[in-house]
Design a protein around this ligand. Sequence first.
Ligand code: F6R
Length: 611
Amino acid sequence: MCGIIGYIGQREASSILIGGLKCLEYRGYDSAGMAVFDGQNIQDIKIKGKIFGLAKALEKKNLPGKLGIAHTRWATHGAPSIINAHPHFCCSRHIAIVHNGIIENYANLRKVLIKEGHHFSSETDSEVLAHLIEKYHKHKSLTKAIQLALKQVIGAYALVVISATEPQKMIAIKKSSSLILGLGQKEYLLASDASAIIPHTKKVIYLDDNEMVVLSKNGYRIHNLGNNHLIKKKVETINWNLTQISKDGFKTFMLKEIFEQPESIANAFRGRFIPEKGQIKLGGLETIESKLPHLSRIIIVACGSSWHAGLVGGSLIEELAKIPVKVEYASEFRYRYPVVGPDCLVIAISQSGETADTIAALELAKTKKALTFGICNVVGSSIARLVDAGAYLHAGPEIGVATTKGFTSQLIVLTILAIHFANLKKTINRKNAQKILKELTRLPVLIKKLLDQSGSLAELAQKLKNTHNCLYLGRGYNFPIALEGALKLKEISYIHAEGYPAAEMKHGPIALIDKKMPTIFIATQDKTYKKIISNMLEVKARNGMIIALATVGDKKITSIADKVIYIPRTIDFLMPVLNTIPCQLLAYHIAILKGHDIDKPRNLAKSVTVE
Ligand code: F6R
């Protein structure tokens, strides 16, 4: 997830663009750049690092002009570097673009364009857009060229284009990535979110998918990308203040990230399978594909929440692909004498890609000649560079210290990986693979439904905020979610919480149960449902307070639990993703009521680069 901004008007573009980028910086900050039309050519500056660096570079090199675009990057394709920073140019440098989103078919487009003589300067997916537009702009207007180019593009984009050949214009298109038009006095701004616009105007138009806006300093036209029909859009007035919307209107980054999950989950699976064939296409696996049949087992190494995701992933791989999987704390693995060898695939899971213990575990695996695979969010991170192959989460920057969208995206990538291994080992038939993949695509909608319950979880938080201890119980695929729920509560509310396999309760934790101690049961209907109900009755018999996550329509459970949170129905493999959402929201609301710093909880850091 990157931040983009464009300006056309009467004022110097560069100062407006740099101010806008500062507001958008939370969206990504590994590199940044700006391009401004100086009356003859488009000049640019790019830097690696934060916006601060770009502002400093601008002090040295002035970019005069009243038409410009700028970008702050959170790398997805290609490491964070100056060459990969936007804006990207076509070969003749007449066209400059900034892009937020993912171009799924960029590899094919790039191949064709290179054959046609185009020269690429970066490793990004975005650069194909500049060259593709250039190809059509030779004989067509800029507007038409963009339309023809985008007909060939599969993926998500918020795209802003300027051209030295039609310098009175700025053109933007939105598909699946946010883009807002700001309407000023003889000036217009385009930005990924309103925070970059409201210092200049509060009048905005929220662009919808497949809408194209053509701007000049004297006016704007919005039409449908496909059929050119003009669209009359409502001009809205923003009544937020700047501080609120620097987190896109959310009170905290964590809440924003929780609410981003329908989108981040879609980004984790988008373009990664062929639904009608039930097949997975994970580009990252291609380099090691031939070695996979020779592997006899898998070891997953990770820390914290990533380890919880690994537990779910391990069960999925064993069940679907029948490959033995061991899930290890990276910090333990590195100091044991584990049996690892060339027959072994070691999968490292890490949102940040910088966790010291996970890096050390990987290094150990490499010395033992194991094949290594990374599942990371941060592109170009140490783990991403260390492994033989890998898959990114594409979740966008996660700023809240407690992971939310990173965790659920890990679950998605692991599910995809499990299906891929199962396809390779022929342990799944096409119908079953198709069924899982179909359900995967329903998750964003189901998650939206769960997010709608945030208000009732806030009410529940009122009842729980003074508790000192809390037990989370689940079984099977949902046992790791009990661990994750407990960890979320601990991290941000500082309430002591334990996650346990529900059946283990009677082997000790049951001694803790009394009327002050809440137990959160993950009791959605699967093969262990009846057993969990028995555990619930055991808690009830000891006057414990019971909160149940139950499948929609489960009426029986209301007579046992004090509070029921209903979860939409999906297949068992994917229930962990849904069950995670109320656990995140509950921990969040309790921590808010306790007045804690949600995004930076005490004693924690976003990436744990020390042992
Ligand atoms: C929990 C949390 C941590 C991380 C752990 C590993 O909310 O964020 O437990 O999961 O520090 O971090 P990564 O995934 O970056 O290796």
